[in-house]
Design a protein around this ligand. Sequence first.
Ligand code: PDD
Length: 287
Amino acid sequence: MPRIAYVNGRYVVHAQASVHIEDRGYQFADGVYEVCEVARGHIVDMPRHLARLKRSLKELSIAWPVSEGVLPMLLREVVGRNGVVNGLVYVQVTRGVASREFVFPAAGTRSALVITARKADPALAAKRAETGIKVITVPENRWDRVDIKSTGLLPNVLAKQKAKEAGAQEAWFVDTDGNVKEGGSSNAWIVTRDGVLVTRPAEHGILRGITRTTLFDVAAKLGLKIEERGFSVAEAKAAREAFISSATTIAMPVVEIDGAPIANGHPGSMTLSLRQAFFDVAEKSPA
Ligand code: PDD
């Protein structure tokens, strides 16, 4: 079965799917996106992801490419046509195709919509969670509207490549006060020596992760305390546990920061409990 992509109203074979060379996403990264996890045949937290997409579009004055109510159906259709039971579905909206001028194109220019889906092996993620991941820290060098899930991700690309070259799997952006902001494609968390979950407030220079939001619900269910506050790299290195969260990793233990082991260098039990309980709490739309 060939992979199928949705491109501006048509379902096309993924390998042949293309957009115009003057798509503003291609030329200016003038677009936004969402990634939803697909788990056991369900799209995870789709309403929250689509609500964030709506916000991103509004913040950038990009028009809806289709009527809002149709999008869940399109996501389901792409997941179904690709036979994805476990994996992810990606949705991207750009300001559309227009002659290359910086200012917005003429009113009536249609925004462009691409939806793809791909399979992932949950056993690989589970295996990774057993050993945990390593992170490096890098100075924050992104714009200050990282609350918008924009396709302009060059600093994230460079940071994550740097992490890879250092033998790590994620890079944490650090602000000028020495506080951790978030990862290149994930939110950052620690567990203090007293067993309190700490993550940076979403109002302060990070993306309000959907997994992060759902983990607040998971923590409430497990009776865990959360403090929304900044934490420094030094505090993270001395923490009992550290982890990242995103749609593609859920809660993933961090066992090393800049080469320094966290606690005994093994995944923390609270992180693993959050990971385990996640799907009982997350909203699951049938795909
Ligand atoms: N990234 N922060 C950044 C910079 C991100 O790119 C992401 C997600 C998150 C976590 O958000 P969520 O929990 O909604 O996935 C935080 C996705 C997975 C990506 O770009 O592939």
